[in-house]
Ligand binder design. Structure first.
Ligand SMILES: Cc1cc2nc3c(=O)[nH]c(=O)nc-3n(C[C@H](O)[C@H](O)[C@H](O)COP(=O)(O)OP(=O)(O)OC[C@H]3O[C@@H](n4cnc5c(N)ncnc54)[C@H](O)[C@@H]3O)c2cc1C
Length: 329
């Protein structure tokens, strides 16, 4: 691990002024691991845990404002989240372990990095190590022809097929959250769909944050009256494991028909994967098995598989079909 300076930020202004080319540290459950693996080598850490960003507040608009330092467990068990945004509570509780959720924060979860084993290999992207365009642009992607069972089938490129690992983000994609940030150039709001980037030719650019920007809070819009929501996660073991496929759905019924629906998928995309194709196949249709299957086919129509991950396509279809059945039954 490279030597680094460490400072506790006394205010948001001081955090912004102090970070320079270093990094903010919140729960540390991702960043410390990556520093030990030499994936991240910040020269400075600014600890943001003392900033006043640890509240969940109801907004006059009927929405919810979640501070970037709200712990994943506090958010999952928050009464408003449990009752009005069940998909988010379920997604959070399906992630990691209770101990990790007690430390992990909303901001850190948004910015967690892929679990691709080639990316996390200490020497990746260096001479003699595995190629990894995310670590060092231009060094290739060892996963393309390597062991790629856990890798993405949607949103991939010839430069990177790393899966986005977050559960929380999949629920937030379906809820159409908005991310608020503050940086050297002031404050701005980023719609969730624009926050995470597809790898394309620049897989090292993972999100829309500019250097030195701090995530301050995430806003959820007012819940859709009369809607129900579900998060379903499929994985190799029942807990303490990342998704092979997951689905977040928010549905409002009108008689036996689907009036409003939002669909996002995890474990299969290079970013939290909102499926407008599935939504189009569901809207206005009767809520029965054939509709759900057609939506699942639409969601995975653009899938591109490699040697070991073709099974994810059918798994993801079944995951979405079942999530839709649960949310509408
Ligand atoms: C063993 C293990 C299993 C896990 N399983 C799952 C799982 O099943 N599902 C899942 O979704 N996740 C899982 N995780 C990931 C976990 O959810 C993340 O590690 C956690 O959410 C990161 O939050 P943190 O506060 O600890 O982030 P940190 O490690 O503190 O930071 C992560 C990154 O975010 C940046 N950052 C943090 N806060 C801010 C901010 N406010 N503004 C700007 N930048 C910021 C940091 O600079 C760093 O780059 C697992 C992690 C581990 C270690």
């Amino acid at each position: 691990m490279q030597t680094f300076s460490y400072v506790k930020a006394a205010s948001i202004d001081k955090a912004l002024a102090g970070v320079g080319s270093g990094k903010f540290i919140a729960g540390g459950t991702t960043l410390v691991d990556l520093m030990k693996l030499n994936v991240e080598q910040p020269s400075a850490l600014v600890d943001i845990n003392t900033l006043p960003l640890d509240k969940v507040e109801k907004l006059p608009t009927g929405g919810l404002r979640i501070g970037a330092l709200v712990r994943n467990s506090d958010l999952a068990w928050n009464d408003d989240v449990k009752t009005s945004y069940a998909v988010l509570s379920q997604a959070l509780l399906s992630g990691a372990s209770p101990q990790l959720r007690n430390m992990a924060t909303t901001g850190g979860n948004l910015l967690q990095r892929t679990r691709c084993a080639y990316f996390r290999e200490p020497g990746a992207g260096t001479p003699g190590g595995y190629g990894c365009n995310k670590r060092t642009p231009g060094t290739g992607c060892a996963a393309l022809e390597g062991f790629n069972r856990s890798h993405a089938v949607l949103g991939t490129s010839d430069h990177c097929i790393a899966t986005h690992p977050s559960d929380m983000c999949v629920a937030m994609a379906a809820l159409e959250a908005v991310i608020h940030v503050e940086g050297p150039k002031g404050k701005r709001a980023i719609p969730f769909a624009d926050f995470h980037k597809l790898p394309g030719e620049t897989p090292h650019i993972e999100n829309a944050l500019e250097p030195g920007e701090l995530v301050t809070y995430v806003e959820l819009p007012k819940p859709i009256e009369g809607s129900r929501s579900v998060y379903l996660k499929l994985r190799d073991r029942a807990s303490y494991e990342f998704a092979l496929a997951s689905a977040a759905v928010v549905v409002k019924m009108d008689g036996g028909h689907i009036r409003y629906v939002r669909v996002a998928m995890g474990g299969v995309g290079t970013k939290p994967w909102r499926s407008h194709e599935a939504e189009a196949a569901l809207t206005g249709k009767p809520a029965h098995a054939a509709t759900f299957r057609a939506a699942s086919e639409a969601a995975l129509a653009g899938a591109k598989t490699r040697t070991d991950n073709a099974f994810k396509v059918e798994l993801a279809k079944r995951c979405l079909t079942r999530a839709l059945k649960l949310a509408t039954s």
